[in-house]
Every structure is written in structure tokens, then in C-alpha cells.
Design a protein around this ligand. Structure first.
Ligand SMILES: Cc1cc2nc3c(=O)[nH]c(=O)nc-3n(C[C@H](O)[C@H](O)[C@H](O)COP(=O)(O)OP(=O)(O)OC[C@H]3O[C@@H](n4cnc5c(N)ncnc54)[C@H](O)[C@@H]3O)c2cc1C
Length: 321
């Protein structure tokens, strides 16, 4: 660690209040990258809202990951695994315990003929392009999903018809006990924006995906087509968390919200997108409370108008202020 990093590191340890000093120092010794104490989560979510995490810990390999999970277990500290924060609303009071981010070796891809083994922290848009360049198809349904592979498996990301789960052959998880475990396909369950992976482990360490051979140009063309469609129909260039609600059976949440006259409705700096009514955008200084109050207003309005109860697609985590 350089001198500057050491000073920063110590300053962060001092800024920490909730974990006692010796615990903070011991935690910092387990990882190469200095943990960040009282780290604002709005810097780590695509909606740009969220209070501070007690501590944000970045692990670069399985060894560091196991040590941190073991430490948390011994000290009874809760862990939230963070991907790109693109499906999260973090409340303004922030997150108690450790927020864990995967980096380094845990973001790598390894291609082998029609299979690719990918780290849970890998950025999905990079994987799509790397696969397409090799003439490997099957992930185009995830075009424009700005998350990690781990986050995508948790919610079985994809389009309304196709999901990443269709391509999974096995997943390596780290259990709550800190052990690595390979989960085979027959134990995995994927549904519309859901999977059983949270029940099977604490951290998705890596996954093996099965792909299909195709012409690289044809795959890239499909990706571009999907991108163009997104740019025309979603506010993808603004801070948001994707769709707030899941589609109810035989209908679309966006259609119901639009038909309820909600486009453009605002609470503070949180606004229902004028482009797509199932997106909330942050106009600049929205608080998580504004976003959640607006989402609840959307839900109530659709319930009153159509007697349909919308279910959240985004995950709301953390403490109230
Ligand atoms: C502009 C935009 C467009 C979007 N379009 C789509 C879309 O078309 N289809 C779609 O499905 N989604 C879409 N999303 C939502 C979001 O991108 C996906 O849900 C994505 O898969 C979330 O990944 P993440 O890494 O950001 O996860 P996060 O938001 O960081 O976390 C989500 C959940 O996954 C857990 N998690 C993350 N990584 C791991 C891991 N390694 N191990 C264990 N748990 C983990 C977290 O604890 C949390 O519970 C969109 C979002 C945005 C902002």
C-alpha cells in the first residue's frame, strides 16, 4: 500500500463509528483494497440515491472473499452483495454492516468452445460483446442490462420472453458458512425476474453459461437492434433503476401506469419518466424517500384504476433515515 493510501485508509478507519476500532482494523487486514467506511451508496447505484454503507469492502479473489465472509460470520455482521446497483433502491439511512463488491479475478471470463465461465462480478455488457466477437450467441436478451453477471442471475435478467437463466449450466456459490459449492442445473430454478439463488448461497462467485454458435455480424446486428429500440422507448441515459414493477400476468406494468396518467408525475426530484411510465428517473437531487413515495403512489393509482396489485421488480434495501 502506498503512503497516500495508508493515510486514506487510516482516515477511513477513524471515520467509522459503528464497528469498533479493532474490528475495523482487522477487517482492513483481510483485503488488499482499503475498505471504505460510511461510503454513500448513491455513488454505487444507477438511480443515484442511497445513504451510507457502514463499510464497503471490495474483494479481488476467492481467498479475500472467504476471509471477509468468515469475519462477518464470526462478528455477526450482515453482508449485502453489491453488483452495479442497477436494480436497487437503497434507503436514505444507508446499509448496516458490510456491502461487498466483487472485483479483480472475480470479474474474469474464460471461453471454452461453446461455454464461458464468468466471475459473478463481471460486467454483463462486456460479456455480451466478448461473446458476440467470438461468434457466441444466447445473451442478446440481456442487451442494455447495465449490471453484473451475479446480479443478472439473482433476478434472471433478460427481456419479457428470454432470460439469462436459460443459458446457465452450473453456478459456483459461496455459502453463508463461507464454503464454495457448485450448484448444478437441476437444482436451479429460474422464473420471470426470479431465481432460487439467494436460497442456495450468499455470493455468486462464478457461472458457466452455454452459448450457441452464430455469425458474429448477425449477433452484433441483433444487439444493435435491441439497443436502438431501448434508446427510443426508455430513458436509458438518465439515472434510473430500470423497470420499477414487474409485468402482471397478461399485461404490461408500463401500459397500466401510462393509462393511469402517471407519466411526468413528480415527488421532489423523483419523476415518472415521460418516455416510459415504468421508470422513475432522478432529476438531480432525489432522495430514496421521494422515489419510494412515488413508487407507492404509482402502485396505489394502478390498484384504484385497474384493481391490479403491481409487484416490485427493483429491490428496496437499507434503513430509513
Ligand atoms: C437502464 C436500465 C435498464 C434495465 N433493463 C433491464 C432489462 O431489460 N431486463 C432486466 O432483467 N433488468 C433490467 N434492468 C435492471 C438491472 O440492470 C438488472 O436487474 C441487473 O441484473 C442487476 O444487476 P446488478 O449487478 O446491478 O445488481 P444489483 O442491483 O447490484 O443487485 C441486485 C441484487 O442482486 C444481488 N447480487 C448482485 N451481485 C451478486 C452476487 N455476485 N452474488 C449474490 N448476490 C448478488 C444483490 O445483493 C441484490 O439483491 C435495467 C436497469 C437499468 C438501470
Amino acid at each position: 500500500m502506498s503512503g497516500v493510501e495508508t493515510v486514506l485508509h487510516l482516515a477511513q478507519l477513524e471515520a467509522k463509528k459503528d464497528m469498533n476500532e479493532s474490528e475495523s482494523k482487522n477487517l482492513a487486514k483481510l483485503v488488499t483494497e482499503p475498505p471504505k467506511f460510511k461510503e454513500p451508496m448513491k455513488h454505487h447505484t444507477t438511480l443515484r440515491v442511497g445513504g451510507p454503507a457502514d463499510v464497503l469492502v471490495t474483494v479481488h479473489n476467492v481467498d479475500e472473499l472467504q476471509k471477509v465472509v468468515q469475519f462477518a460470520k464470526e462478528h455477526d455482521i450482515q453482508i449485502l452483495v453489491l453488483g452495479e446497483g442497477s436494480n436497487l433502491i437503497v434507503r436514505d439511512g444507508g446499509i448496516k454492516g458490510i456491502v461487498l463488491r466483487l472485483s479483480g479475478e472475480l470479474t474474469k471470463f474464460k471461453f471454452d468452445t461453446l461455454e464461458v465461465e464468468v466471475g459473478g462480478g463481471a460486467y454483463l455488457p462486456h460479456l455480451l460483446v466478448k461473446a458476440a466477437q467470438r461468434g457466441l450467441s444466447g445473451l442478446e436478451c440481456c442487451t442494455g442490462v447495465p449490471g453484473t453477471v451475479g446480479g443478472a442471475l439473482i433476478s434472471n435478467a433478460g427481456s419479457a420472453e428470454e432470460f439469462i437463466g436459460n443459458r446457465v449450466s452450473r453456478v459456483t456459490v459461496l455459502t453463508h458458512e463461507g464454503e464454495l459449492r457448485v450448484v448444478e442445473r437441476d437444482e436451479l430454478r429460474f422464473g420471470y425476474r426470479q431465481s432460487n439463488l439467494k436460497d442456495l448461497g450468499l455470493v455468486i462467485v462464478s457461472v458457466v453459461l452455454n452459448l450457441t454458435r452464430d455469425d458474429p455480424k448477425a449477433i452484433m446486428e441483433r444487439i444493435h437492434r435491441r439497443w436502438r429500440y431501448r434508446w427510443e422507448t426508455q430513458p436509458v441515459n438518465l439515472p434510473c433503476a430500470g423497470c420499477i414493477f414487474k409485468n402482471p400476468p397478461n399485461d404490461r406494468a408500463g401500459r397500466l401506469l401510462d393509462a393511469s396518467g402517471l407519466k411526468g408525475v413528480r415527488i421532489g426530484d423523483a419523476q415518472v419518466s415521460t418516455v416510459h411510465a415504468n421508470f422513475i428517473i432522478n432529476l438531480g437531487n432525489a432522495k430514496a424517500k421521494d422515489v419510494i413515495d412515488l413508487a407507492e403512489l404509482m402502485r396505489r393509482t394502478v390498484k384504484e384504476k385497474f384493481n391490479i396489485s403491481l409487484e416490485y421488480e427493483v429491490q428496496i434495501v437499507g434503513e430509513d433515515e
